[in-house]
Design a protein around this ligand. Structure first.
Ligand SMILES: [Zn+2]
Length: 324
């Protein structure tokens, strides 16, 4: 069983915030990465702050770490450990402790798959420990100023310099470390405009980042140019280098397969094909949500991070912003 709890959702957050379930925007909240007490502030999804970190060995020297935010991958070896994503701000020390239980090799390189706080929150911890941080160049740009994810009404302040990526790239980067080749590929705006997926060639493992929420509706961050058509296109880039034996790490949810990623792609393309004509016909967000365009899909996909109405709103908003 995965330690990820797909039942934990924005609805829980809404309860905490005293808000209303549904398509209304959540009350705006602003969090500093550190509070007045100097401690990392809480993430908007409490499970990220509290779940135990669960370790799965994917292949020799390659691990999946779940429970501290977005899914994390660790490659160990004589060249030093490489960490893909760093969870939410409150979990940096927990992650360090978990990694020490797996290897004596310190983390020398951190790779961020995109700028979101649940994938970069531990950067400060590892940057302070002298790891170099690698990401797509827009990740550094976005982390350098406050960023608001409008869908969840959450604002993250600028990151301290020690947490910023120090090595950035535009489209592709290849690392040759620990007897494997790691291909980093940036896709055009999809979940955000900073998304990078990784292919560990020797192990046939892919980290698909938040292009892939395995088994439930994804968040599409239209505040940073994410859009549903880009999600489909981005997933196609991942599928193009995968096969039936590839282990595909989603940004959220349990370890996945080619078939599961394809299923997610098929669902997104179907939803796009249903709502895009409505957007182009000038229907409002409220009208499209009320039309329940995903009603036959909701039983399977609508029990995760986003409820069906919020997902439809997200997908519609992403199309509206993309078409502007
Ligand atoms: Zn994300």
């Amino acid at each position: 069983m995965s330690s990820f709890n797909p039942n934990f959702s924005l609805r829980d957050l809404l309860k905490i915030a005293g808000g209303i379930v549904g398509i209304d925007l959540l009350p705006s909240a602003s969090f500093a990465q550190r509070g007045a007490d100097g401690k990392p502030l809480k993430s908007p999804l409490p499970a990220f702050d509290n779940d135990p970190i669960k370790v799965t060995e994917l292949e020799k020297n390659l691990y999946l770490l779940m429970g501290a935010g977005g899914n994390i991958v660790l490659l160990t070896g004589a060249d030093g450990s490489i960490l893909v994503d760093t969870g939410v701000p409150s979990r940096g020390k927990d992650l360090q402790k978990t990694i020490k239980s797996l290897t004596k090799q310190p983390v020398v390189t951190v790779i961020n798959t995109h700028f979101h706080f649940d994938h970069t929150g531990g950067n400060e911890t590892f940057g302070t420990a002298k790891a170099s941080i690698v990401a797509q160049e827009e990740t550094r740009t976005r982390m350098s100023s406050p960023q608001t994810i409008e869908l969840i009404g959450f604002t993250v302040p600028a990151s301290p310099p020690i947490a910023l990526p120090s090595l950035t790239f535009e489209n592709k980067l290849t690392l040759h470390r620990n007897n494997t080749t790691i291909h980093l590929t940036h896709v055009p705006p999809a979940h955000t405009d900073t998304d990078v997926f990784l292919h560990f060639q020797a192990q046939n493992v892919i980290h698909a980042t938040d292009l892939f929420f395995n088994g439930f509706y994804p968040i599409i961050d239209y505040s940073s140019k994410g859009w549903i058509g880009g999600m489909v296109y981005g997933i196609d880039q991942v599928l193009a280098i995968a096969n039936n034996d590839t282990k595909i790490v989603p940004g959220h949810g349990p370890l996945g397969t080619y078939a599961q990623l394809l299923e997610s792609r098929t669902m997104l393309a179907l939803v796009q094909s249903r709502i895009e004509p409505l957007v182009k016909a000038g229907k409002t967000v409220e009208e499209i949500v009320a039309a329940k365009p995903t009603s036959d899909l909701d039983e399977k996909w609508g029990k995760g991070t986003l409820n069906p109405d919020t997902f439809v709103k997200d997908a519609v908003m992403s199309l509206v912003r993309h078409m502007v």
